[in-house]
Design a protein around this ligand. Structure first.
Ligand SMILES: C[S@@+](CC[C@H](N)C(=O)[O-])C[C@H]1O[C@@H](n2cnc3c(N)ncnc32)[C@H](O)[C@@H]1O
Length: 282
């Protein structure tokens, strides 16, 4: 597909723009989201048509015109071509995710992480997802493990509404529990010491909210999936840098822990990495 797209676009686009486009679009259901450089803006229609030609299922092309920002992790989108809409239903690992890409965070790029975690969840375990969005991690876990419950918290009302729809679409009633609110308040008020595993898929807040993830875990301990964003120069290892930061924090809280696994989930911009650590708390 990428080869076909490259072939179509190489007729019109300068080679440097071509490489950028080709690495920087997402497909969410039947909606494609493209990122454009200043130079490639004038080619937006051509790019959109080429994407729709190559990905026959794509009905809408939107352009991302701002970085992902704010508490809800949203981006500004502009309509480019096709049907003018922002709602899509995305298929992943046998699950369906309905999402309004303008009102809720969604990334198709995290599919491997979602499945990696689902595979670790044990029989009748309880999971707390502190930053659940439209419920993607929670639903993949509910569908691919024998989890008892996934408490799925999000502060964005629109995300919770889509999560409720996704619970219906995937028939995971009673397993994925949508909860509207700030994760730290919800945990303090009603989810202390209930979880075997805690997910923190929000790099911007994970470090600050780490004490609440500890509070959410059962007194016997459990596992925290900690996501962070780290800068690393060529000679530095971003995973080791995050490990050091988390180790200092957990030691200061006198917590007994191990970090059995860590990896770079993706590169977000030059020298910036999204990192996950699996932290075993005793
Ligand atoms: C990066 S998104 C991850 C969403 C989801 N886990 C996914 O992968 O699709 C982070 C989510 O955390 C939510 N959020 C931000 N601050 C929050 C808070 N204090 N408590 C609960 N949710 C929060 C945002 O609304 C957003 O939906």
């Amino acid at each position: 597909m990428k080869r076909r797209l490259r072939k179509i676009l190489s007729v019109t686009l300068p080679p440097e723009e071509l490489t950028y486009i080709y690495h920087s679009y997402d497909i969410v259901g039947d909606v494609a989201i493209i990122r454009l450089t200043d130079a490639s803006k004038k080619y937006s229609q051509i790019i959109a048509e080429a994407i729709m030609k190559v990905h026959k299922n794509v009905k809408t092309v939107l352009a991302q015109t701002s970085p992902i920002c704010g508490d809800f992790r949203l981006r500004k989108l502009e309509f480019v071509a096709g049907e003018n809409k922002t709602v899509a239903v995305h298929k992943e690992s046998g699950c369906l995710f309905s999402v309004d890409v303008e009102k809720c965070y969604f990334s198709p790029r995290l599919f491997y992480e979602r499945m990696r975690i689902a595979k670790q969840v044990g029989n009748r375990e309880v999971v707390t997802n502190m930053f659940a969005g439209v419920g993607c991690f929670s639903i993949v876990i509910a569908k691919h493990s024998n989890v008892k419950k996934v408490h799925s918290i999000d502060v964005n009302r629109a995300a919770i509404q889509y999560m409720q729809e996704n619970v219906r679409l995937n028939r995971v009633y009673g397993k994925v529990i949508p909860i509207l609110g700030d994760a730290k308040e919800v945990i303090e008020k009603r989810l202390c010491h209930v979880a075997d595993r805690v997910l923190m898929p929000l790099p911007e807040k994970a470090f600050k909210y780490l004490p609440y993830a500890l509070l959410a875990l059962k007194k016997a301990g459990g596992r925290i999936y900690y996501y962070d964003s780290e800068h690393a120069k060529k000679n530095e290892n971003p995973v080791e840098k995050v490990k050091l930061k988390v180790t200092e924090k957990l030691e200061s809280l006198s917590v007994a822990f191990r970090i059995p696994f860590g990896r770079v989930v993706r590169t977000t911009s030059p020298n910036w990495y999204q990192v996950v650590l699996d932290i075993a708390i005793k």
